[in-house]
Design a protein around this ligand. Structure first.
Ligand SMILES: O=C(O)c1cc(=O)[nH]c(=O)n1[C@@H]1O[C@H](COP(=O)(O)O)[C@@H](O)[C@H]1O
Length: 233
């Protein structure tokens, strides 16, 4: 079932049952879902089949980062399982991203391939620790442009960077933004955050939201509060 909603709910759970318990409270007409490293490592492709069977479009968030051929093959494997979106780390470089893009094209696979720029949990000091002394925003811009030049459909970035990436890479280049914190939610380990409506106004095309919904006492009420906030924005 396709949805127009920009909301992607992160199903960060340690088991298939726990993830499906949450998915069963959600409506595939009102959000997409994201399967990340913990859930996929525990449950494998069965979780994709179960979510597809319930009508959800799935973002498989495994953030591939390896030599070009290995990443291209992993992206192909994800796309052949019918996922709506899959991602790689832009810092894997242009040849890696191009190999993945070309592999999808060669096999006629329509899955959206996007690249992580700088994780939303990171700040400038964290980049400096790994030898990147450019200002954080500049490094995000560099990686977004590299992803675009490599034929990718968009990036994962913080909503704080969406406006600048929109100017540099255009409206149709996807800006998928985690680190979304509605006014009622805790920050947790995220650093570069924005509210849902601020993020959309800044040019984010998709909002990745995990704990503010999945750990809410009433997850559907939390999702509805976010939808209401977006409608009035
Ligand atoms: O690729 C991602 O989805 C991602 C990239 C990033 O820079 N930051 C980030 O938080 N994420 C993911 O987005 C989700 C955010 O979840 P919450 O912090 O619970 O809303 C988690 O599943 C993260 O793995």
């Amino acid at each position: 079932m396709a949805t127009d909603s920009p909301i992607i709910i992160a199903l960060d759970y340690p088991s298939l049952d726990a993830a499906l318990c949450m998915a069963d409270q959600l409506d595939p007409a009102r959000c997409r879902v994201k399967v990340g490293k913990e859930l996929f490592t525990r449950s494998g492709p069965a979780v994709l089949e179960a979510l597809h069977g319930r009508g959800f479009e799935v973002f498989l968030d495994l953030k591939f980062h390896d030599i070009p051929n290995t990443v291209a093959s992993a992206v192909q494997a994800a796309a052949e399982q019918g996922v709506w979106m899959v991602n790689v780390h832009a810092s894997g470089g242009q040849r890696m991203m191009e190999a993945a893009t070309q592999r999808l094209e060669q096999h006629g696979l329509a899955t959206h391939l996007i690249a992580v720029t700088v994780l939303t949990s990171m700040q400038a000091e964290d980049l400096a620790d790994v030898g990147i002394n450019a200002p954080l925003a500049e490094h995000v811009e560099r990686l977004a442009l590299l992803a675009k030049q490599s034929g990718l459909r968009g990036v994962v970035c913080s909503a704080q960077e969406s406006a600048r990436i929109k100017t540099l890479c255009g409206d149709s280049f996807l800006k998928v933004t985690p680190g979304i914190r509605p006014s009622f939610a805790a920050t947790n380990d995220q650093q570069r955050i924005m509210t849902p409506s601020q993020a959309i106004q800044a040019g984010s095309t998709h909002l990745v939201i995990g704990r503010p919904v999945t750990q809410a006492e009433d997850p559907m009420a939390a999702l509805e509060a976010i939808e209401a906030e977006l409608e009035v924005a």
